[in-house]
Design a protein around this ligand. Structure first.
Ligand SMILES: [Zn+2]
Length: 145
């Protein structure tokens, strides 16, 4: 593509014929209609070719959460919070699970403490799992420490 061509058709889109590979420029008003390849006369649908190219193009790097490395959160801190303050969901807040933390605290508070032992057992088990290093934080990373 020369500078002159670019200047002459600044808004044209370059596509490549799927039949013969010939490059051709397609004006915007012709993008939505079929055109004939000037080289091999194959009938081409520019928008189809562009869609295919877009799919073939490497996608932006996927936003996968990091699975290497450990959480910034410490398993000993999380476990201690779970064992000591479990009925209030503090260890869950610490690990980033705000919803579960609120749920545990609400069960304790709304039951006026009647269900606190239940939540305590629940949190105690989670605290032990934290100590064992098998609990993950909200980002899916194993607790460190
Ligand atoms: Zn062609």
């Amino acid at each position: 593509m020369s500078a002159a061509e670019t200047y002459a058709e600044p808004t044209a889109t370059t596509i490549y014929c799927p039949g013969c590979g010939q490059a051709m420029k397609v004006a915007p008003q012709h993008m939505q209609i079929a055109v004939n390849c000037p080289s091999c006369q194959k009938r081409i649908k520019p928008w189809r070719i562009l869609a295919a190219e877009r799919q073939a193009a490497p996608a932006s790097p996927p936003q996968t959460p990091r699975t290497d490395g450990y959480s910034m959160r410490n398993r000993w801190v999380a476990g201690t919070l779970g064992v000591l303050l479990g009925p209030f969901g503090v260890h869950r807040f610490y690990m980033g699970f705000i919803g579960i933390g609120i749920l545990q605290a609400l069960i304790t508070v709304l039951s006026l403490g009647i269900l606190a032992p239940l939540v305590a057992v629940w949190a105690f088990i989670e605290g032990i799992l934290c100590f064992c290093g098998v609990m993950r934080d909200v980002d899916g990373r194993l607790l460190n420490g």
